[in-house]
Write a protein that binds this ligand. Structure first.
Ligand code: AR6
Length: 174
């Protein structure tokens, strides 16, 4: 059962435009450098200082999460997660769940009350969307039971309404 102090919501939008959230999660690469997709958008929005902050924290391994300030982004923090590359990093489901679990552990450490997640690994890393959604929902719900001070708000941010609706279906079934 989800801790009833945490609201879980979904939106269609851009992860770099979630102005009301304390932190957003980056779908990072191992070097924590700009790339395509979410990582490219976040580095563009945050500015060059983000690269300097990331350099000493890299490389990270699949499932790992690290925190930096958000610089030019409207949020306070960025939590960088390296999702598994589907078909390469195994076990993919455990590594993807680790991303969500480790990100939520960091929210407790940094007093992050609201956090936005993109659909980690479902773009360039090729994780089938619905399977990734099942892992994400399960991992978040499990983690909320173990955190003594979970965030007030978890927002899943999708680039398309199709993705949002697919995720909503999994969330309702969860
Ligand atoms: N806001 C919200 N969602 C987005 C945005 C955005 N601005 N841009 C893309 N998505 P991806 P990954 C969706 O590829 O699969 C990078 O090049 C997208 O539709 O960003 O974990 C890095 O450098 C998809 O559903 O992350 C890594 O090398 C989801 O976000 C690698 O890609 C994740 O897509 C990471 O791959």
């Amino acid at each position: 059962m989800v801790d009833d102090t945490t609201r879980i919501e979904t939106v269609t939008g851009d992860i770099t435009r979630q102005d009301d959230l304390d932190a957003v999660v980056n779908a990072a690469n191992a070097q924590l450098m700009p790339g395509g997709g979410v990582a490219g958008a976040i580095h563009r929005a945050a500015g060059a200082e983000l690269m300097d902050a990331c350099r000493p924290l890299a490389p990270i391994s699949p499932g790992q999460a690290v925190v930096t300030p958000a610089f030019g982004m409207p949020n306070r923090w960025i939590i960088h997660c390296l999702g598994p590359r589907f078909g390469i990093d195994e076990p993919a489901d455990t590594l993807l769940a680790d991303c969500y679990r480790n990100a939520l552990k960091l929210t407790a450490q940094y007093d992050i009350q609201s956090v936005g997640f993109p659909a980690l690994s479902t773009g360039a890393f090729g994780y089938p969307f619905r399977e990734a959604a099942v892992v994400a929902v399960q991992a978040v719900e499990d983690m909320l039971e173990t955190l003594s001070e979970p965030p007030r708000l978890i927002r899943f941010v999708f680039f398309s309404e199709v993705d949002q609706h697919a995720f909503d279906d999994v969330l309702r079934a969860g």
